[in-house]
Design a protein around this ligand. Structure first.
Ligand code: PEP
Length: 255
């Protein structure tokens, strides 16, 4: 089955609102009309409103980097799914390794967020991945399986085409160390198998599985050419238009 590539930029805690608009204008200019590849930018919360406006006439979509699962109320500092939808947000990154490691997010919490995202017409990008110690201890697949099953436990096969999984080995994030295409494909194929066990083969074939971890213009071709790599979640290389657009171009060539 032909899955459309998805290239998503995770800007993390970078770019104020004016810097965000400047970057997004460059992206719209370079890649804002094509529809062969899904392109998503995930700016910080403070830039969502202005980025949304700047994306209005383009094919580029917007994602958030996190959210809370409740509708509204006494949750100081949190943002609801409905607030994101109001700003025409289409995607939301959930369970990023930085949220798991720095902010103590558990699979149980992430699962609630995934359910709330889908209920509010937001497509979750569920991040999973092992640490270096876990890989060296031969635990990669069991760690990833716990995260995939934990995050998707309350999601049904009917929602498979709206779910995105991002495999992001923690040791490759922001380090310049990338999994080889073969290493990444091995885990992506295993994730496809986990999704098959959960939802059946037809639904599992619809899920886009992105690779994340020091993906850049130089290594994107080889990673994206792998059978089960359906796109990328890009951190550092998404902060400058030329490197991000080159990754989009890699995906277009393979489409
Ligand atoms: C990320 O944090 O999602 C990521 C993949 O970062 P980087 O590309 O900088 O490794």
């Amino acid at each position: 089955m032909m899955r459309k590539y998805l290239i998503a930029g995770n800007w993390k805690m970078n770019k104020n609102a004016s810097e965000s608009v400047a970057l997004v204008k460059e992206l719209v200019q370079a890649a804002g009309k094509q529809s062969d590849v899904g392109v998503v930018v995930c700016p910080p919360f403070t830039s969502l409103a202005s980025v949304s406006e700047a994306l209005a006439d383009s094919t580029i979509e917007m994602g958030a980097q996190n959210m809370y699962f409740e509708k509204s109320g006494a949750f100081t500092g949190e943002i609801s799914p409905e607030m994101l939808r109001h700003l025409r947000t289409s995607y939301v990154i959930l369970g990023h390794s930085e949220r798991r490691a720095i902010f103590g997010e558990t699979d149980a919490l992430i699962s609630k967020k995934v359910v709330a995202a889908l209920a509010n017409s937001l497509k979750p990008i569920l991040c999973v991945g092992e640490t270096l110690a876990e890989r060296e201890g031969g635990k990669t697949l069991s760690v990833v399986e716990t995260q995939v099953k934990g995050g998707l436990q309350d999601v049904s096969a009917d929602d498979a085409d709206r779910v995105v999984v991002a495999y992001e080995p923690v040791w490759a994030i922001g380090t310049g160390k990338t999994a080889t295409p073969e290493m990444a494909q091995e885990v992506h194929a295993a994730i496809r198998g986990m999704l098959t066990a959960l939802w059946g083969a037809e639904a599992a074939q619809k899920v886009r599985i992105l690779y994340g971890g020091s993906m850049n213009a130089a290594n994107a071709d080889a990673l994206l050419a792998q059978t089960d790599i359906d796109g990328g979640l890009i951190g550092g290389a998404s902060l400058q238009s030329h490197s991000f657009v080159q990754i989009v171009e890699s995906a277009r060539k393979l489409s």
